[in-house]
Design a protein around this ligand. Structure first.
Ligand SMILES: Nc1ncnc2c1ncn2[C@@H]1O[C@H](COP(=O)(O)OP(=O)(O)O)[C@@H](O)[C@H]1O
Ligand SMILES: [Mg+2]
Length: 303
């Protein structure tokens, strides 16, 4: 049985008359980078606030590290680092001072923890700067540093990439991968943009219409959002030879009499001419499949 760090069973939330979350079943395994995806207003922050114990659920169960007893859950939350929306920073204070207050708040004895987390998030040089002068990306990374105090096994990050510029996004991705690979931290990260997490998440949970409509591995997602060229040509054997020797690819398969080519998706014209120049008779080359964005839109419409 897989080792689950966090699960929910039929979790629901009602605000006044409004059903915000309904029968939500989330399954996060140890080692995952779990991408929680849903449009603005889908309920991601509400779910995370319930997990953090900031608001009560209206029904269902939260399971942390295999336990469901509410008193145990309260204790086990100490093994989790949280960054919900934007970090609560004292802007007149330095990064170091903000971390110092968080250290005391969490009852952590060792002051050196602060230098350690500053180093991990790449803010060692900026530690003595006032956070008012920080870019959004730096503030988010400081928020992660605060969440990292106390050596959490799981980090829960609510839209940490939202609003960052491309450099900030790249730094955030790199940091999350490092936390996961090097420090073995499991990560739950929410986003309203599926493609934003495409290079890093290992599992995806998609929230729509108040519930989790899909939970799938990155591998499965890649399979479902594959794009390829469908080539009808003769002879098939020679076609494959030309693809291998002239276009340097072996990312193809033959289905019936059609060759499916997983490279050169945007260059069908070039593929056609190379085949033609090498004596292949090409009947048809067409672009098939769908990209990630289209897969996602299709999913939202279906359910
Ligand atoms: N305190 C609240 N009282 C009433 N409705 C709320 C409250 N907080 C959030 N909501 C509603 O819950 C829904 C989900 O919001 P939220 O969890 O913030 O979504 P997301 O984080 O995915 O953008 C929205 O329709 C929002 O208006
Ligand atoms: Mg939100």
């Amino acid at each position: 049985m897989p080792d689950y760090i966090l699960r929910t069973h039929q979790l629901s939330k009602i605000y006044k008359q409004d059903q915000i979350l309904r029968d939500l079943n989330l399954n996060i395994r140890k080692g995952d980078i779990y991408g929680l995806i849903g449009m603005n207003g889908a309920g991601k922050t509400t779910l995370i606030r319930i997990l953090a114990g900031l608001i009560p659920s209206s029904g269902g169960t939260v399971e942390l590290f295999g336990e469901t007893d509410p008193r145990r859950i309260e204790q086990l939350r100490a093994k989790i680092g949280w960054l919900i929306e934007t970090p609560a920073l004292y802007l007149n204070h330095t990064a170091y001072e903000n971390l110092e207050m968080e250290r005391i708040h969490k009852g952590i004895q060792d002051r050196r923890e602060i230098d350690k987390v500053l180093e991990i998030v790449g803010l060692k040089e900026a530690g003595s700067k006032k956070t008012a002068d920080f870019s959004l990306g730096m503030k988010q990374r400081l928020g992660i540093a605060m969440a990292l105090l106390g050596d959490p096994e799981l980090l829960v990050l609510d839209e940490p990439i939202n609003g960052l510029d491309p450099v900030g996004i790249a730094q955030m991705r790199e940091l999350l991968l490092e936390l996961n690979h090097r420090y073995g931290i499991t990560i739950l990260i929410s986003s309203h943009i599926l493609t934003e997490l495409a290079q890093i998440a290992t599992t995806y949970g998609i929230i729509n219409n108040h519930t989790l409509i899909e939970e799938l591995s990155a591998e499965e997602l890649n399979k479902r959002s594959k794009q390829y060229l469908a080539i009808k040509s003769r002879p098939v054997e020679d076609t494959l030879k030309v693809l291998t020797t002239k276009l340097n690819t072996n990312r193809f398969e033959v289905v019936g009499s059609t060759v499916l080519l997983y490279d050169y998706y945007a260059e069908s014209g070039r593929v056609a001419s190379v085949l033609y120049e090498n004596g292949i008779s090409v009947e048809e080359i067409s672009c098939k499949g769908q990209d990630l964005e289209h897969y996602y839109m299709g999913l939202l419409e279906r359910k």
